[in-house]
Design a binder for this molecule. Structure first.
Ligand SMILES: NC(=O)c1ccc[n+]([C@@H]2O[C@H](COP(=O)([O-])OP(=O)(O)OC[C@H]3O[C@@H](n4cnc5c(N)ncnc54)[C@H](OP(=O)(O)O)[C@@H]3O)[C@@H](O)[C@H]2O)c1
Length: 336
């Protein structure tokens, strides 16, 4: 596998989304199983692990997932790239603390939970419309100078906001939703990022499991499972989006690879600056997804997939521009 770059960091071409061990996909495995899963991914060659302070907040406590990831990577912390994210809420913005002090509190708590003295890639999880993005970028620049973070990024952001922030302190990575069924970032984010040396880290790259072909109209989503609200996973859209799975089925047979792997290989062929972070609670599926870095498409194969996709209508969209105030998932939080 060829390493890819996020700013100054060298990254395996696929990272590991660790969220599901604490948040968002219903029941979680035993802690030992999750730790072993992360370590197996590392042994397989993955050096990039994605978490966030909020993962675990509803089912356990703030930082549950960071604690788990910290424990798992402890024996090899210096060999891996840790990405985490923070939210800014209205109450703290209204407090007497400076923006630097507020962000520093989030950062110190994450450092503590991850058991490390620096974060490799620190993201603002959602844009908060109450704060100028330039002010956040300025604080991130200070934290980089202090050596507390190596690189910074934004998540679910528009190209316009990205450009404003990048002017102040260069951004290394954008983490937006992106997959064969969520291609909005192709219009604005990818062109801007390619031009400005910014990496794109797609979350939900397998469309929350849809592109594996294993989610059916009979699949039940329980507890905090966000798939209750994923637009492509309503019963009618699972049926309506079948033509996309048919394309994957054809190439899966031709390339002797799984559908999930083909969907990841497609985006890695398409963009040199893309580093997907598929998530799974299952050790076998984690390695399957990482194994997509061995699935190489020829230019002809890529063009053939691309033109087939261009002809298909996708049913259901979440989109990649999302503020703190209108965050995805608020539906299920509201129903609790
Ligand atoms: N920045 C943000 O706002 C944001 C939002 C969401 C997620 N994220 C990050 O992105 C990561 C990935 O996103 P995601 O977990 O939402 O979406 P995803 O990777 O597209 O899909 C995860 C779902 O797909 C299933 N799955 C994964 N690989 C599979 C395979 N090979 N075969 C069959 N099913 C498979 C998983 O089930 P099993 O667990 O049963 O395998 C899980 O239900 C997260 O872990 C998190 O770190 C960031």
């Amino acid at each position: 596998m060829n390493l890819r770059k996020i700013g100054s960091l060298s990254i395996s071409p696929i990272g590991m989304g660790c969220m599901g061990f604490s948040h968002g996909y219903g029941e979680v495995p035993e802690e030992n199983y999750s730790i072993e899963a992360i370590r197996k991914a590392y042994e397989f060659g993955c050096n990039f692990f994605d978490t966030a302070e909020s993962y675990g907040q509803e089912m356990f406590h703030i930082g549950h997932n960071e604690e788990l990831v910290g424990k798992a990577v402890k024996p090899f912390r210096e060999n891996v790239v840790l990405a985490t994210k923070f939210h800014l809420n209205g109450e703290e913005i209204a407090s007497d603390l400076s923006l630097y002090q507020i962000i520093r509190q989030h950062l110190d708590a994450s450092l503590n939970r991850l058991g490390t003295d620096h974060i490799d890639l620190y993201y603002l999880h959602r844009i908060n419309e109450e704060i100028m993005i330039e002010d956040i970028a300025d604080v991130m620049g200070q934290l980089i100078e202090e050596g507390l973070i190596k690189e910074w990024g934004l998540s679910q952001v528009s190209a316009e906001t990205l450009a404003r922030a990048h002017e102040v302190t260069p951004i290394a990575a954008v983490q937006n939703i992106y997959s064969m069924v969520e291609r909005g970032s192709e219009e604005d984010i990818f062109p801007y990022c390619l031009e400005n040396g910014i990496s794109v880290i797609p979350f939900s790259p397998i469309a929350s499991g849809f592109l594996s072909g294993k989610v059916t109209t009979q699949t039940k989503f329980e507890g905090d499972d966000v798939r209750k609200f994923v637009p492509q996973l309503s019963k009618e859209n699972i049926v309506a989006n079948q033509p996309i799975l048919d394309i994957l089925e054809q190439f899966s047979k031709e390339k002797q690879a799984t559908k999930a792997q083909i969907s990841l290989a497609w985006m890695m062929h398409k963009y040199p600056n893309v580093i997907p972070i598929p998530g799974s609670k299952n050790q076998g599926r984690i390695l399957e997804n990482l194994g997509a870095w061995e699935v190489k498409l020829t230019n002809d194969e890529f063009r053939s997939i691309e033109s087939a996709l261009d002809k298909v209508t996708v049913h259901g969209h979440r989109g990649h521009v999302e503020s703190e105030q209108a965050s995805f998932g608020s539906q299920w939080r509201d129903t609790k």
